[in-house]
Design a protein around this ligand. Structure first.
Ligand code: NAP
Length: 307
């Protein structure tokens, strides 16, 4: 019987694991993929306190996981498929096992959205990527198209442009959603240009992506961009989707997001949520960590029953 079962090993889950295991709670993290979650896909965490330019998101994720393990938190590399609440006992079922505990923290984060245009599925990993940190280097001497106008699109466009690629950001409106500081940096970058009011309609190619069909929604013009002599990369950053499907039926979700109280507890007693899956305004690594901390402390307080 675990004290706290944490689903998801991103910044929210790992911070909760650090606090909980350091408070001597018998703690387990379920994380089938890489420690650090989405944070691991970003090259630099410029706005995370204490992060230095040479620290990648992956480094910080690995360090958080190591820190949690040093206090005794266990990690199970299995994907959770359901959570059940049987009074004071919570049951977490994975693809291959069933685990019981007193409290559950769901910190499963989000995954990149697909655009849903023809050619997208066909050319994933064959010209299309959702991870600049993973694949940007393949296109450092190439022409890269980044689709989207949010923080992720602009930040990752900057990363790829700094590798040396010529980057075109394709955005459906005439201003970025990204924070002004990032937008200004991108607009001033010699390797970055922007196609405003432009939508990606189709990705062309045979074995590899080698062309884009684009539509300018201001001029009503459809045009094609073809690959030249240099490698062509397409990076899609059109928002993210919370990973909460497995909670349907257990929790009431708002567009997939979980409502929580000031202790990060959901409407079901003993089930907490933290990080990108929480229904809130701002999604940053720093508040994901803060929420993981609050949830772990709230659980520790209930287990030890101190005031
Ligand atoms: P986001 O903020 O939701 O931005 C998504 C972008 O994709 C928007 O520009 C949107 O256009 C565009 N888009 C959405 N659907 C589209 C479609 N069907 N066709 C074309 N374009 C489409 O998503 P995100 O950038 O992945 O960020 C997710 C969250 O993480 C945000 O809360 C963000 O602030 C946070 N984040 C923070 C940092 C940081 O602080 N350093 C870094 C990365 C992410 P419109 O603008 O027209 O809606």
């Amino acid at each position: 019987m675990y004290d706290l079962m944490i689903i998801g090993g991103g910044p929210a889950g790992l911070t909760a694991a650090i606090y909980a295991s350091r408070a001597h709670l018998n703690t387990v993290i379920f994380e089938p993929e890489m420690d650090g979650g989405q944070m691991s896909l970003t090259m630099s965490l410029e706005n995370f306190p204490g992060a230095l330019p040479e620290d990648t998101g992956m480094d910080i994720g690995m360090r958080m996981a190591k820190q949690a393990a040093s206090f005794g938190a266990a990690t199970i590399r299995e994907r959770v498929v359901s959570v059940e609440s049987a009074g004071e006992t919570k049951i977490v079922k994975t693809e291959s096992g069933s685990y019981e505990g007193k409290y559950v923290l769901v910190a499963t984060g989000s995954k990149p959205n697909r655009l849903g245009v023809p050619g997208e599925d066909k050319f994933v990993s064959r010209g299309i990527s959702y991870c600049a940190t993973c694949d940007g280097a393949f296109y450092q001497d190439g022409d890269v198209y980044v689709i989207g106008g949010g923080n992720s699109a602009v930040e990752e466009a900057l990363y790829i442009a700094n590798l040396g690629a010529k980057v075109t950001i394709v955005h459906r409106r005439d201003s970025f959603r990204a924070e002004r500081f990032l937008a200004e940096k991108a607009l001033a970058h010699e390797n970055i240009s922007v196609m405003w009011n432009t939508e990606l309609k189709e990705v062309l190619g045979d074995a590899m992506a080698d062309g884009l069909v684009l539509y300018n929604n201001k001029t009503d013009e459809t045009f094609t961009v073809k690959k030249g002599d240099r490698p062509m990369g397409i990076f899609i950053y059109v928002g993210v989707k919370p990973q909460t499907e497995f909670l349907e039926g257990l929790l009431e979700l708002n567009r997939g997001y979980v409502k929580v109280d000031e202790n990060q507890m959901s409407a079901v007693d003993g089930i907490y949520a933290a990080g990108d899956i929480v229904d809130k305004n701002f999604r940053q690594v720093i508040n994901a960590c803060g929420e993981g901390c609050v949830a772990a402390m709230a659980v520790a307080k209930r287990i030890v029953q101190y005031d």
